[in-house]
Design a protein around this ligand. Structure first.
Ligand code: ARG
Length: 563
């Protein structure tokens, strides 16, 4: 039941205003004494030539009041107090009928959205920064699909570029084949770092690497085979992480996919009169827009990252005819995407405006400074496994009798990390700290998962509440607050879509969990004196669990039935 819509329609019957204008003006009052919704009458004063408080008074007299406890004016505001029993019944029953689809809609029906996310680089570690992109992208994918959009998840793998010449060169000199099979990325990283050390001493090795890359580009058998081997080994490693995170993609078209498609785009840019010579390189000038030029071809004729992104953008438009094209990539690439989108616009593509860079902050460690050049990286897989084992320790301490401890630790440990990435607005940096992340109290993944498990354990013990339910028994302010959060669950989802910001939903789930715990700590559910209270409260518990489950699922986090 959408109260805002109902209120809007009732107001429309008493004053001559556009529906949209009315809906926009409706507020949620800061205090519950002022009702659940309020309509300020200031903007009507001029047209009606009356003081706002008189207008509010008149409206209060004339408005149709059924379904509301009361509608009255307080000065220039018209305040709506919903009929709580009706509100409780409608909200809870809707959740319990719609179950896993509660909060979903078809607003995105018929609209395709491509989401470029995760996109790690072959032969390099899948690191903590890539989890940021993976968590946000996966959650946007789930959220948008839930509201009816047709999403295409694209893993734009970094699987092409001059670094592969270096890697082939390093492979031939130093690779330990056995290690490569066992820990491919660690071995590839080791020889890559060694290459740089060597190049610092003797730069001629760089020429050798260039030669190998040239051979690769020319499609020579041996180089292609090596490149394919690196790609395959890396993907196998990445799959372990995607498996732990339960993330899937619809396409793995990475940078190499565009190799045979770039010439046409470069030619197109040239034909449109945008390609300019700059010290041998080919660029698109963007100084008019206060940006450095977008490089299309380097002076040695090689294409680069931007060339591939321009080609990919066109390819995606032609293949998926997207309504929106989203790139979930770190903030350090802001300029890159501005240049790419501007170039698309200059090429005459009005859909350039539908391309969105969803950027995010940095991941910092409270006690470490890392240098990739020296090979000091933290592998995400190691970190996820550490989170799982730390969670298992906590469970062993708190609930040693628990069944399937390993399985629970996996879901809670992985969930804790994902939650950390989705908790604050994405542009904010994250300081990685185990204690904060794994705590069962405070605004953490384990806290929300624990709240769900607690609700489920209540239902296992006391049943689901039976017979005719008298929802007017849910009359405490804690119950009402909780149901209000449940009722506005979909609003939070839609707001998250509007800003492409999953944290809006995360915060809402945290509020639901907090409101539930407050209710649970203050009020008894198993009151034998009053069976009706017990039955109604059990329905509320069931609805709460359902909404938390739906919410966490949209963040890409699995619930556990007990922990
Ligand atoms: N591979 C890049 C990186 O690790 C991210 C690619 C993002 N997607 C894109 N279309 N540029 O930084």
């Amino acid at each position: 039941m959408d109260y805002k819509k109902i209120i809007t329609a009732r107001i429309k019957d008493t004053v001559d205003l556009e529906l949209e204008t009315i809906e926009r003006l409706i507020e949620i009052p800061p205090k519950s004494e002022m009702g659940d919704y309020a309509f300020p009458c200031f903007s009507l004063a001029k047209a009606l030539r009356k003081a706002p408080n008189i207008i509010a008074e008149d409206m209060a007299k004339n408005i149709y009041k059924e379904g509301f406890e009361k509608i009255e004016n307080l000065g220039p505001y018209l305040n709506f107090f919903v009929d709580k029993a009706v509100f409780m019944k409608n909200t809870i029953e809707t959740v319990l009928t719609e179950k896993d689809s509660y909060g979903s809609s078809e607003v995105g029906k018929g609209k395709n959205i491509t989401i470029d996310f995760s996109s790690p680089n072959i032969a390099k570690p899948f690191h903590v920064g890539h989890l940021f992109s993976t968590a946000i992208g996966n959650s946007l994918y789930r959220i948008l699909s839930f509201e009816g959009y047709n999403c295409i998840g694209i893993n734009h793998l970094g699987d092409w570029g001059t670094q592969f010449g270096k890697l082939i060169c390093a492979y031939k000199r130093w690779c330990d084949k056995e290690k490569l099979e066992k820990e491919p990325i660690k071995e590839l990283l080791r020889i890559y770092v060694k290459f740089h050390d060597e190049a610092d001493r003797d730069s001629s090795i760089e020429d050798e690497a260039r030669m190998y890359f040239k051979k690769l580009e020319d499609g020579e058998k041996e180089e292609i085979e090596l490149w394919e081997k690196f790609r395959e080994l890396s993907l196998k490693e990445f799959q372990k992480v995607y498996y732990l995170l339960n993330v899937k993609f619809d396409s793995y078209a990475g940078e190499s996919f565009y190799n045979d498609k770039m010439d046409a785009v470069v030619e197109e840019i040239d034909k449109k009169g945008l390609l300019v010579d700059s010290n041998g390189a080919k660029v698109v000038m963007l100084d008019e827009f206060n940006m450095p030029p977008c490089i299309i071809k380097k002076s040695d004729g090689a294409t680069i990252y931007a060339t591939r992104d321009l080609t990919a953008a066109e390819y995606r438009k032609n293949t998926y005819n997207f309504y929106k094209s989203i790139y979930v990539v770190g903030g350090e690439q802001k300029l890159h995407f501005k240049q790419v989108f501007k170039t698309l616009e200059l090429m005459g593509y009005d859909w350039a405006k539908d391309c969105n860079h969803v950027s995010f902050g940095l991941v910092k460690f409270a006690d470490k400074k890392l240098s990739t050049r020296k090979g000091e990286v933290i592998f995400l897989e190691d970190l996820l496994n550490e989170s799982i084992s730390k969670t298992l320790e906590i469970i062993n301490e708190k609930n040693p009798e628990l069944e399937n401890k390993e399985e629970v630790a996996k879901k809670v440990g992985v969930g804790a990390m994902v939650f950390t990435y989705l908790k604050n607005s994405r542009e904010k940096d994250i300081v990685f700290d185990w204690k904060d992340m794994l705590s069962f109290d405070g605004e953490t993944g384990p806290y929300v998962q624990y709240t769900y498990a607690r609700a489920k354990s209540i239902l296992r013990k006391l049943g689901n509440g039976s017979g005719e339910i008298d929802y007017s028994k849910l009359n405490t302010s804690e119950e009402f607050e909780l149901v209000k959060y449940i009722e506005s669950f979909q609003n939070a989802i839609l707001a998250a879509i509007d800003k492409l910001e999953p944290s809006i939903l995360t915060r809402h789930i945290i509020e639901i969990a907090k409101a539930f715990n407050k209710f649970y700590n203050l009020h008894k559910i198993a009151t034998e004196e009053d069976k009706e209270i017990k039955n109604a409260r059990l329905k509320l518990v069931e609805a709460t669990a359902q909404v938390i489950k739906n919410g966490l699922n949209l963040l890409g986090i699995s619930v556990v039935e007990s922990m």
